[in-house]
Design a protein around this ligand. Structure first.
Ligand SMILES: Nc1ncnc2c1ncn2[C@@H]1O[C@H](COP(=O)(O)OP(=O)(O)O)[C@@H](O)[C@H]1O
Ligand SMILES: [Mg+2]
Length: 259
């Protein structure tokens, strides 16, 4: 399928693609997640894309926002893309639009510019995309860089402009929730404590992806070396001992979570 072009002059889009795409299928299949997590995510996204337009925003305020939280390297970004591809397979017709926002694209030295750029994204660029009328998923990857917490220490260490940008994100999410029911947001964060609480409070669901268990590590090892593991003479029993020692190293803090 030919790649969609990011419209000229649009800032903050990392990519824009049409899904489903067979090359994306493994993003969903290969991520090993805790029991029930993938099913909950898929149910939420399908519910949000199909029914949000008909919900009463006072009686049942659904923003169309799910957050995936967990240490770096636990598969959040990959799973978000896989989820969009998997959801797209449930829609017939012309497919689903998936746009990835570059959360790091907005800091600016010019006073007020970050806030204006974020406002343009949520009040013009994304609504223009939604106006194509297709089911649309927007990935806010590493949202801690976009919706920076306004609490406590952050107020001392971040310039006030950063917090104005957070205000613009909140206003933007509210605007999109009202005006664009065909859009659902997936946000990921490596550092939930750094995300503004008002942003988190708008999430319809927050799913946490911790470090994988020994059983999950074993499955990931099996999947990733499946061809070798099938070969004669390969002792697959060694994998469970290896997975157990990986899990032990993670448990004693040998795996950095990047903080
Ligand atoms: N639970 C998992 N199951 C299978 N592969 C994983 C898992 N977690 C991470 N990976 C692999 O590790 C790599 C990094 O994952 P990524 O999605 O970038 O993590 P994150 O966004 O949480 O930092 C990817 O190649 C992904 O397929
Ligand atoms: Mg990531």
């Amino acid at each position: 399928m030919p790649a969609l072009q990011v419209p000229p002059g649009v800032e903050g889009f990392l990519s824009l693609v049409e899904l489903p795409d067979d090359a994306w299928r493994s993003r969903w299949d290969r991520i090993v997640a805790p029991d029930g997590l993938k099913e909950r995510l898929l149910n939420f996204v399908l519910f949000s894309l199909r029914h949000r337009a008909r919900l009463d925003p006072v009686g049942l305020p659904v923003h169309g926002l799910v957050v995936l939280s967990g240490p770096p390297g636990t598969g959040k970004t990959t799973l978000a893309g896989g989820l969009a591809d998997r959801a797209a397979r449930e829609f017939g017709g012309s497919g689903l639009l998936f746009v990835e926002i570059d959360a790091h694209a907005f800091p600016s030295q010019l006073l007020g510019e970050s806030q204006r750029a974020v406002a343009r994204l949520f009040e013009r660029t994304l609504p223009d995309l939604a106006a194509r009328g297709r089911p649309t998923i927007v990935l806010l990857d590493e949202v801690e860089a976009l919706a920076v917490s306004r609490a406590g220490a952050s107020l001392d260490t971040n310039p006030v402009d950063v917090h104005r940008a957070t205000d613009a994100v909140l206003a933007g999410i509210d605007h999109m929730a009202r005006a664009c029911p065909n859009v659902t947001f997936i946000a990921t964060t490596n550092h939930e404590a750094g995300v503004d609480v008002a942003f988190l409070s708008r999430a319809d669901a927050i799913e946490r992806m911790g470090l994988p268990s020994a059983a999950a590590i074993e499955q990931i090892l099996r999947d990733s070396i499946s061809e070798v593991a099938k070969a004669d003479g390969f002792d697959a029993r060694a994998l469970s001992a290896l997975a157990k020692s990986c899990a032990d190293i993670a448990a004693i803090g040998g795996v950095s979570d990047g903080e």
